[in-house]
Write a protein that binds this ligand. Sequence first.
Ligand code: SF4
Ligand code: SF4
Length: 298
Amino acid sequence: MTTEQAEHHTRDQPLSILYRGSLLSCNYDCGYCPFAKAQDSRESLARDAVELQRFVDWVSQQTRPIRILFTPWGEAYIRRYYQQAMAQLGNMPQVRRVAIQTNLSLTTDAIERSYSETLALWCTYHPSQTTAEAFLEKCAFLKGRGIRFSVGMVGNRDELGQIETMRKALPDDVYLWVNANRDEQADYQAQELAMLKQIDPLFEQNLHHYPSLGKTCHTGSEVISVDGSGNVQRCHFIKQSLGNLYDGTFQPTLAPCTNQTCDCHIGYIHLPHLDLKKHYGEGLLERVPETMTPHQHT
Ligand code: SF4
Ligand code: SF4
């Protein structure tokens, strides 16, 4: 298919955008994370805010249906300018979803500031950084407010007890996902894997390095990754530029994947042959499965 055909094919289709701005800072200090307690200067935060507003302005001019997932390097949701931008975006008629990856450390007032009916939250609980009680209080607020969300944890082998405790404490209809700890994956014992699969019925899907070279992937056409300058890549993992959103040079592509494998949830969910939409439906972007039955405790 030519570029022109690809453009025509995708012009009126819904577009999902993974936005990752310049912000690098985080208020948490997770041992394994390069952004732990990283700080942004006042100038870099100001630049990030200007870039974000430019993105909001660009979205406001679009007519095709748009879904947005903020996938910051650090923790962006604690920033007031993200909360305000999310509310602004979420109230645009063409915007169907505004979601963000967050440690959920912000106040309930701040969550309220970001509210729209399209809001969805990808919340990660870090037991080394906050108490289960504090995290669960926020979850109770989200549930009471009718905000779509899922909760996730990294499957660290020394935190399996906390994962189990969190599963028991969360309401049954809140999905708890577990990401395999890649460094420890080879060490998981059979009973640990069984426990994690029992806690997260979709955990099995996170255990693979999916061969993706030459495979059709919806990124590049239905899903794109955008940085603070508006530069577009098909996904976070393939650096080749598809142009820029703001200067009109963005060219969608229907070309197959050029990486050997894909092992990150925000990537492999867009491989159509894995058919993961059957689990997530409209919640694909924010990792809230539609087909999940309320969790059954053993
Ligand atoms: S909350 Fe997320 S970004 Fe912040 S230190 Fe932990 S893993 Fe890193
Ligand atoms: S399969 Fe993964 S790495 Fe390949 S294009 Fe899709 S998201 Fe990117």
